[in-house]
Design a protein around this ligand. Structure first.
Ligand SMILES: Nc1ncnc2c1ncn2[C@@H]1O[C@H](COP(=O)(O)OP(=O)(O)OP(=O)(O)O)[C@@H](O)[C@H]1O
Ligand SMILES: [Mg+2]
Length: 415
């Protein structure tokens, strides 16, 4: 079967979208999430817009998307990944009645690239039906002849990859890094715990997009897949993903579980702690693979300072860093069953951005700072003092001066 056969409606002989003003997928009060397999088997000829009833997506024409991006002009260019280039545009209710005036990101399938209709379809099917504060919002799509486009809400701070690794940007402070980690963890937890669980399969810094206040949202569902059902323990798939992020057991066996995503989360957490890329060929050989290099130091508080990002300039709670590093270690366990669930990850991570180290009589305790500074509570948990102790003054200074006014991945996508 040719991939064009998946949706005959994309190839109407009478031309694209004869009635564009009617092209909003109607909203329904409740619907069952459909899978790619539902579509490719029984509903091949069914209109995508009918299948996605309830998702309130807009179906755009290619011409409309050309107009809103000024013909995909270079000055609207946001970046390019494996699917194709992404451009900024602007939509409002003149384009579709009821459409909120807002900037959007338009992703255009590169017709000479390695990805195609299947990745486009997977993205539209998953993201069209899943709504959550930590998933990027799908506004609509275009499917016209061989052209495939996806229209998302625009994320003003771009990808975490750009924020963390692009040279000449101000370094992200600790609180912002932890906020991003928690947001991304919530996105993954939602996918894993939804009624019909989803395995994301491509968790990495370039797929975590950031809102103006650094709220993290997952994008790129082109590799997402339905999780195992019933008594199944895993789904067997072709190995796809990104080198440096994919879990070792998945790479070796093709057996995919939610724990594979947890491993990838551990890699991203490590990137946030160290400011290093998961794979960096420009480093000495021993340090090129981040996980292999950092793993032995993650559980040793005295060695931790050797892996922490020097761009943080020590402006973080050491106890919080130790907890985050120990969590990364658990996520990166070689045996998938030993890795925590994403809901457990959130519980550990959530308090870390507000931790402040305070040294009292030579013993470290930490305070959890709440929105109101006057409500700070000193935790009962105490830590043994160690050589690199910090004074109360430094710890408090850190907290006061720290705020949210902050500042290439290696693909082996084998189809
Ligand atoms: N909704 C969006 N808002 C703002 N910028 C976006 C949006 N979606 C993508 N981008 C930008 O476009 C660029 C390309 O994104 P894309 O997801 O296509 O590729 P990638 O994630 O870099 O690579 P890969 O193909 O491996 O996923 C990224 O740098 C990202 O910053
Ligand atoms: Mg991406």
């Amino acid at each position: 079967m040719k991939w064009q056969d998946y949706f005959t409606t994309c190839f109407k002989p009478d031309g694209p979208n004869p009635n564009p003003t009617n092209q909003v997928v109607p909203k329904q009060s409740s619907f069952r999430r459909i899978s790619l397999s539902d579509l490719s088997s029984s509903t091949i000829s069914e209109d995508l817009s009918i299948s996605l009833a309830g998702s309130n997506l807009h179906v755009f024409t290619l011409h409309e998307l050309k107009v809103i991006t000024h013909n995909f002009s270079p000055c609207n260019f946001l970046g390019k990944g494996g699917f194709g280039p992404v451009h900024k545009g602007f939509v409002d209710d003149k384009l579709r009645p009821g459409l909120k005036a807002q900037p959007v990101a338009v992703k255009l399938l590169d017709l000479d690239g390695a990805q195609g209709h299947r990745e486009w379809l997977t993205e539209v099917i998953f993201l069209g039906q899943l709504r959550h504060a930590h998933l990027v919002k799908l506004i609509g799509y275009c499917c016209e002849e061989e052209h495939r486009l996806i229209v998302y809400e625009y994320m003003p701070r771009g990808s975490l990859e750009n924020q963390l690794f692009r040279r000449f940007t101000v370094s992200l402070p600790w609180t912002t890094r932890m906020k991003i980690a928690v947001g991304a963890a919530k996105g993954l937890a939602f996918l894993h715990e939804t009624e019909k669980p989803v395995i994301y399969r491509d968790f990495k810094t370039s797929n975590i997009l950031l809102d103006s206040d650094y709220t993290a949202k997952l994008s790129d569902f082109g590799l997402a897949t339905d999780g195992p059902v019933g008594d199944e323990t895993h789904v067997s798939t072709q190995v796809m993903g990104t080198q440096g992020y994919a879990a070792p057991e998945y790479l070796m066996t093709g057996r995919l579980t939610a724990a594979s995503d947890v491993y990838s989360f551990g890699v991203v957490l490590l990137e946030l702690l160290t400011g290093r890329k998961s794979v960096d060929k420009n480093r000495p050989y021993r340090e090129q693979n981040l996980v292999e290099w950092a793993r032995p130091m993650l559980k040793k508080p005295r060695k931790l300072s050797q892996v922490m990002d020097p761009r943080l300039e020590g402006q973080y709670s050491e106890i919080a860093a130790q907890k985050a590093a120990a969590l990364a270690y658990q996520c990166l366990r070689r045996r998938p069953k030993l890795r925590p669930k994403m809901s457990e990850v959130i519980k550990v991570l959530e308090p870390l951005k507000d931790l402040v180290d305070i040294q009292i009589m030579g013993t470290f305790v930490f305070a959890v700072s709440t929105d109101s500074d006057s409500q700070n509570e000193v935790s009962k948990e105490t830590e043994k003092p160690h050589k690199e102790t910090k004074s109360i003054e430094t710890a408090l200074q850190k907290n006061l001066t720290r705020g949210l006014n902050s500042p290439m991945h290696h693909g082996f996508k084998r189809a």
